[in-house]
Design a protein. Structure first.
Length: 570
């Protein structure tokens, strides 16, 4: 199904299951629909099955939004207590559209709970309380985490009562927007149809020694491998670490449960330049479960003592305070708590935690694959085969769950039926009727004003990323720094800062090298200033200021020339 047909069905207000292979544009289609709803002032809840997936949708986990937490069952007493929570009551009663991304990782029991909660808050026996529900994902991704004796058919949410009740219209997107004509796309499709050839296997094996640059993510199947790699990298940083120990209080058994479920380690050691991942949502401060960053220093805090300072991938710098995970009784009193800095090391991550990510380069080891679908998930994170270094794999890595295969074939059939039925049908009357039903606006002037506001907000949020990418395009086309600055209407200093970010992302910027004589002179001055440790030569972040370097050069260099030379000093 094409994206435009799927959007037409979404706008008609039907419950929809949006699926398709990696790179088919599921997130793009969702974002198009979200903008459409917001412009018409229709309340939409944006959620995902995991915190990491939620970061890609600028939303929150469905567990947090629906108030179900990690529960498997909700009693009438639980529901009554939930309705007394003001923030839950407000957003659950107001929501007219609910989006759940990465639906494959949501357990069937939890989808049933979301259905139960919405029926209770909306005081309706209709599926999900009568609101539109859109679930998106791919059941060839890894299944939800369940109990050891559970089969996948007990876990997949398309086997749940709530799924049957919702009567989801299946929109199976078939256009490819990520891998293009790269052979990786052929391999992924072959895995999906379980028709892997020797040619595909050879193409994967040929990446074992492939050069993927210096900036890449390592994906492994087991936590033990991830932990070992992270500790090796941490140990390689030749500075003293800061240790942060969790503070635990309350019922001993519940505290142990918290320790096993919370992703923050009980004892966390950090060093400057450590790669880290946030493991809790804090929308007010500006990070979400899954946000990636780098420790850039430590600061003294009056309340907590030493705290880590982290620069996120978007350039934002945050002083990270401890967060508290707790278990409350029915009266709302905390009976067990776990307080810790909400970070974990992130040079390497497990394949489970990579779901929803798109990676330019990755080193992957599938030698010890223990679950069908792990190989597909890992490989489908990449943009192309040129960004892959596959250290090894076993045959199970290329297999998929038989129930997921059977379901996928049926989803394709249902999607084809829907496309044949609605491709040439005008649904504009249904679109307007749904907006009216949701209490939204159909006033064109108001919609246009709202669209401008949304575009302005989105532009501000994405400006940093977009402008850096535009610099990348011009640089790769052979433009010099001054020419890029002139073309973009920016200063050369800004373009050099862009190149610094792109260099960290693995871009080869050697074409911009200012000459070995220049770099060597700046290198000597830089090392001399570092050795002297004069406080006047450093800014608040501990970085050397440009002015003392410029003043020490002979003949006098410009600030931009020094700024550029620093990018080539190891």
């Amino acid at each position: 199904m094409k994206q435009e047909t799927a959007l037409k069905l979404l706008k008609a207000g039907e419950n929809v299951f949006l699926t398709g292979s990696a790179g088919a544009g599921k997130t793009y289609t969702l974002n198009q629909y979200i903008q459409y709803l917001k412009a018409r002032k229709v309340p939409v809840a944006i959620t995902a099955s995991t915190g990491i997936a939620a970061t890609h949708m600028n939303g929150m986990t469905i567990h947090t939004w629906a108030g179900i937490g990690i529960k498997d069952v909700l009693s009438d007493h639980d529901l009554k207590n939930m309705k007394e929570r003001k923030y839950l009551k407000e957003h659950l009663e107001n929501a007219q559209v609910l989006i759940i991304d990465e639906i494959s990782m949501l357990h069937a029991k939890q989808l049933n709970l979301v259905n139960q909660v919405l029926k209770y808050f909306k005081e309706s026996d209709e599926a999900f309380g009568g609101i539109q529900v859109i679930v998106a994902g791919d059941f060839f991704q890894l299944p939800p985490v369940g109990k050891s004796d559970e089969r996948n058919r007990d876990k997949f949410c398309f086997m749940s009562d709530a799924w049957v009740e919702a009567k989801f219209r299946v929109c199976y997107l078939t256009e490819q927007h990520r891998q293009g004509n790269d052979i990786l796309n052929d391999i992924l499709n072959a895995i999906r149809s379980q028709s892997i050839s020797q040619q595909h296997i050879q193409a994967l094996e040929n990446t074992r020694e492939q050069d993927i640059g210096d900036t890449f993510t390592r994906l492994y199947t087991h936590n033990a491998d991830v932990d070992q790699i992270n500790y090796q990298h941490l140990h390689a940083i030749a500075t003293d670490g800061k240790q942060f120990d969790a503070k635990c209080d309350g019922n001993a058994k519940l505290v142990e449960t918290l320790k096993s479920s919370v992703r923050a380690p009980e004892s966390l050691v950090l060093k400057k330049h450590a790669k880290v991942m946030f493991v809790k949502n804090n929308f007010d401060v500006g990070y979400i479960n899954g946000s990636l960053g780098e420790v850039v220093g430590f600061e003294e805090d009056d309340e907590y003592g030493i705290l880590p300072k982290v620069e996120l991938t978007d350039g934002t710098t945050l002083l990270v305070e401890p967060e508290t995970w707790s278990v409350d009784n029915d009266a709302g009193k905390t009976i067990a708590s776990f307080q810790q800095i909400p970070l974990r090391l992130a040079w390497a991550i497990t394949i489970h935690k990579s779901q929803g990510m798109t990676l330019a380069a990755a080193e992957i080891n599938l030698t010890h694959t223990f679950e069908k679908g792990q190989g597909y998930v890992a490989l489908s994170r990449l943009k192309s085969l040129s960004g892959l270094r596959l250290l090894g794999f076993n045959l199970q890595a290329l297999e998929l769950d038989s129930l997921a295969l059977k379901a996928d074939r049926r989803f394709q059939e249902l999607s084809n039926e829907a496309e044949d039925k609605f491709l040439d049908v005008d649904l504009s009357l249904q679109h307007k009727a749904f907006i009216r039903h949701c209490g939204g606006t159909l006033n064109e002037a108001e919609i246009q004003r709202n669209q401008k506001k949304i575009a302005k907000t989105t532009s501000k949020a994405n400006l940093g990323v977009q402008t850096v990418e535009e610099t990348r395009v011009l640089f790769e086309e052979g433009y010099h720094i001054q020419d890029i600055a002139t073309e973009r209407g920016l200063t050369p200093a800004t373009i050099i800062n862009h190149l610094a970010k792109l260099q960290k992302e693995g871009l080869d910027i050697s074409e911009a090298h200012p000459g070995e004589d220049v770099v060597e002179q700046v290198r000597k001055i830089y090392k001399r200033l570092i050795k002297r440790q004069n406080p006047e030569h450093f800014n608040e972040d501990g970085q050397i200021k440009l002015r003392p370097i410029v003043e020490a050069t002979t003949p006098r260099m410009g600030y931009d020339q020094v700024r550029l030379a620093l990018l080539f000093i190891k």
